[in-house]
Design a protein around this ligand. Structure first.
Ligand SMILES: Nc1ncnc2c1ncn2[C@@H]1O[C@H](COP(=O)(O)OP(=O)(O)OP(=O)(O)O)[C@@H](O)[C@H]1O
Ligand SMILES: [Mg+2]
Length: 351
């Protein structure tokens, strides 16, 4: 909800009422997608890719100097593509910083957030982003806002869920899986563990497994990602997964049930060791609360059965309860927005 203050302004004898609005903004700046949510109730999510036409012909044909998200992906053969965030970190090259700025400006435009009001934003970034990377993001974003702060993404998810005491958030993104212990305050480095076994790793595993099994079949990471998003699962297989693959001049039907399962399960050991470490190093009086309050978030939390398999694995280390976030696309951005709205006004004077 926009915070409206009414200011009375005296002008040439007449009294005019001017609305001084403040717009709060939550942003989840991810490797795969960037999501935004504003206090005016608007939200949008786009793929974190930017395309610049390769030459004057492409630029004339596409009628644009820059393309974003799905539109860039669609025309990628005519574009130089930039993914400004890699393995959860904003790249520090000039082109990538420009691309990230363009992405921010574009997504702000999609939610009409470029108008002239005071804007305060919190940007969710992967939990392990270094102090330097946080600084680079803050600098990059400063021009857009009157106040900006970066916060750990899983912490924003916990804030959105209202699970601020003794909770563990497992955010399975594209570049990283971030596991974060939340206990009422902003998380410290010891509260967080990150692994690079996440969505992109599953895609690469799927490509590797399929090409090992079918030597004449060539699959790209993009196609593997599509198959994964359609059919991901872990644990017992539910139904056979068959995909069409062009081989030479014909179409082959491949069963990839086992490959999908193995690729998706490849991220489980790191998640389990992260959970186990964060529980065992927590205050013993509250370990029981923590193990029974584990939340899966991020795109990878949509892998079918992953909550069931993790619950089973937890039985080997004294048990626990695992829940799935119901809005993996906007949970981080919504949490960042709530946090921005709850910060005391004095905070924004220095942010
Ligand atoms: N149904 C699904 N099953 C499995 N994985 C999925 C599914 N839907 C999306 N994903 C995967 O989730 C990942 C994207 O998750 P998300 O959008 O949370 O990442 P991100 O926040 O951009 O990345 P990061 O947090 O690493 O910076 C991608 O690898 C995508 O393929
Ligand atoms: Mg993420």
């Amino acid at each position: 909800m926009a915070n409206k203050k009414k200011i009375l302004i005296k002008k040439t004898g007449a009294t005019r009422v001017k609305e001084n609005k403040t717009l709060y903004i939550g942003i989840d700046l991810g490797t795969n997608h960037t999501a935004i949510s504003t206090s005016e109730g608007k939200k949008k999510s786009i793929l974190s890719v930017v395309g610049i036409p390769k030459d004057a012909v492409a630029s004339k044909f596409l009628k644009k100097e820059r393309l974003y998200g799905d539109e860039a992906l669609k025309h990628r053969v005519a574009l130089n593509m930039f993914k400004p965030i890699e393995s959860g970190l904003l790249k520090n090259q000039r082109e990538d910083l420009e691309a990230a700025k363009g992405l921010l400006q574009y997504i702000m435009g999609l939610v009409d957030a470029n108008h002239d009001v005071k804007k305060y934003a919190i940007i969710g970034v992967p939990s392990q982003a270094s102090v330097l990377n946080k600084k680079i993001i803050t600098e990059m974003a400063k021009g857009f806002f009157d106040g900006v702060m970066v916060a750990s993404e899983p912490f924003c998810v916990a804030y959105n869920l209202g699970e601020m005491e003794h909770s563990l958030v497992v955010d399975i993104g594209a570049g990283t899986t971030d596991i974060c212990r939340v206990h009422g305050t902003l998380p410290e480095p010891d509260d967080q563990i990150s692994s690079n076994k996440a969505g992109d790793y599953i895609d690469a595993e799927l490509v590797r497994l399929i090409s090992e099994e079918y030597t004449n079949v060539r699959v790209t990471n993009e196609v593997a990602k599509k198959w994964k998003e359609q059919s991901s699962f872990v644990g017992e297989s539910q139904e056979e997964i068959v995909v069409d693959v062009p081989v030479d001049s014909s179409i082959l039907k491949l069963s990839i049930t086992k490959d999908i399962r193995m690729a998706c399960e490849s991220i489980i050991p790191d998640i389990m060791s992260g959970i186990s470490k964060l529980i065992s190093t927590y205050d013993p009086d509250f370990q029981e609360y923590l193990r029974n309050n584990i939340w899966l978030a991020g795109g990878g939390s949509q892998i079918r059965n992953i909550d069931v398999v993790l619950t089973k694995e937890l039985e080997l280390i004294d048990g626990g309860k695992v829940f799935k976030d119901t809005d993996p696309v906007f949970s981080g951005a919504n949490g960042a927005l709530k946090l921005a709205q709850d910060m005391p006004p004095e905070f924004w004077q220095t942010a």
